[in-house]
Ligand binder design. Structure first.
Ligand code: ASP
Length: 443
């Protein structure tokens, strides 16, 4: 029988009512055997996520050597959930132990991980399934990278003979035995890891939306849904801000060709979006699959005559940036010009000033200029690679909206075209592209 791994996100864990729905979803399909859960999320707008409450606990712990006050809010979320679910689990004893260990470990990552730990203890009890602590089976290397080989081996050993098991997402353990977390939203990665380890036929990621939309619904009213995406398209869209799924969560499943299905816990019958390997991708007929973007980039523009002939020019520029430990997102270039696109947040604390001085010293440019408040918009789709005139349509649509394009980048895979515009033009630009590819011509 094939096996499905289901990851339930924060809103699916938010209260006892929705956890009861989660139980129904899991029990309606016997292939849903391995479950990964997040910490309880917001119950209503203005509510707090448990993970955020836990970060506050750590702040209090740093100041006062205990986190009594902030932990109360965490305690009340979990006693409420467990109380309404009529669990046998002595949740107060588990919470006492957790609070004590938070103080003893005195580590932000450990504290942050407890939301997932407590959720998983509860869901395991609700399902009558085994609880497998990620601390025992998910491993990080010394440098903080994920240790796949050891993790897959341990998870596969831990589930042998089990009918059902529940794992907390978001965390694992380092070689010194300290709990550490993935980046925020990292339970998506944990779900993908478990799916790979148990050779799942499908990784279901249950959230509060019915899959990916062609663009941000806060910008375009009721955009079209996307039924199928390839891993590559997903990577482009989620990296550029379509935040249904953590952008790193595809790596474990992609290697094993396991499809991901994004489902809605609150509308379980909706089809959702299925993400498949590019080789199994069936084109939908749409030229463009989706549009996503991010604001707040800074461009460092460099011009120097005969730059193209100067050997080592790009390397010297990039090593200045590397020395500041700053990531460069794109490097569009001309014969005598190059631009470096960097997320503006990365350049705080005088890093920008140091980088400019460093570049001036390293390559003596004729001109070096900084352009701030740039937004990047990616128009993504496999359909673009085989249809002539896509970029013409894209640029005409942007021009018709009277928006000045500051930068263009098209990878040679032709999977996406990225344009840079002023932050202020961001929303209008997305609307113009959506109108062109999804409304006007319908293809
Ligand atoms: N609870 C963690 C967060 O809020 C991880 C997750 O939900 O995936 O980021």
């Amino acid at each position: 029988m094939s096996v499905k791994v289901c990851k339930f996100g924060g809103t699916s864990m938010a209260d006892a009512g929705v956890i009861a729905e989660v139980k129904k979803i899991i029990e309606s399909d016997e292939e849903r055997r391995f479950i990964v859960v997040s910490a309880p999320g917001k119950r209503y707008s203005g509510d707090s996520k448990v993970t955020d409450l836990l970060y506050k606990c750590h702040e209090e712990l740093k100041k006062r050597k205990n986190c009594k006050k902030s932990f109360e809010a965490v305690r009340s979320r979990f006693t409420d959930i467990a109380g309404r679910l009529n669990l046998k689990l002595d949740i107060n004893a588990v919470l006492d132990e957790t609070e004590e260990r938070i103080v003893k470990e005195n580590s932000e990552q450990f504290t942050a991980s407890r939301g997932e730990y407590l959720s998983a203890r509860i869901v395991a009890e609700v399902l009558g399934a085994e609880f497998i602590d990620a601390e025992k089976v998910v491993f990080f290397n010394e440098d903080g990278t994920f240790n796949g080989e050891r993790t897959y081996r341990e998870i596969s050993a831990a589930v042998t003979g089990l009918k059902k098991a529940v794992f907390p997402g978001f965390y694992g353990v380092d070689p010194e035995g300290r709990v550490r977390t993935f980046s925020r939203g990292g339970s998506d990665i944990s779900g993908a890891i478990v799916a790979r380890a148990v050779h799942a036929s499908l990784y279901e990621n249950w959230t509060d939306v019915s899959g990916f939309l062609a663009c941000d619904p806060h910008i375009v009213d009721s955009p079209k849904g996307i039924k199928t995406l390839s891993y590559k398209e997903l990577r482009e869209l989620s990296y550029m801000g379509a935040n249904v799924l953590h952008s790193e969560s595809i790596f474990p499943v992609r290697k094993a060709n396991i499809p991901i299905c994004i489902k809605n816990t609150f509308r379980p019958d909706d089809e959702g979006t299925t993400i498949v390997p590019t080789s199994r991708y069936i084109p939908s007929g749409n030229t463009v699959t989706g549009i996503a973007g991010k604001k707040n980039f800074t461009v460092i523009f460099i011009e120097k005559s005969l730059m193209n002939a100067e050997i080592g020019f790009i390397r010297r520029v990039l090593s200045v940036i590397e020395d500041e430990r700053v990531a460069v997102e794109h490097i569009p270039s001309g014969i005598d010009t190059m631009s470096l696109l960097i997320e503006s947040d990365e350049l705080a604390n005088y890093k920008l000033e140091r980088i400019l001085d460093g570049i001036k010293y390293a390559v003596e440019p004729d001109i070096i200029r900084v352009i701030e408040n740039i937004a990047l918009i990616a128009t993504v789709g496999h359909g673009m690679s085989c249809s002539v005139g896509t970029s013409a349509r894209l640029f005409n649509a942007i021009a018709a909206a009277d928006i000045n394009i500051k930068m263009i980048d098209q990878g040679s895979s032709e999977l996406n075209i990225i344009v840079g515009v002023k932050n202020d033009d961001y929303e209008r630009c997305i609307r113009a592209i959506y109108q062109e590819f999804f409304v006007n011509r319908g293809i």
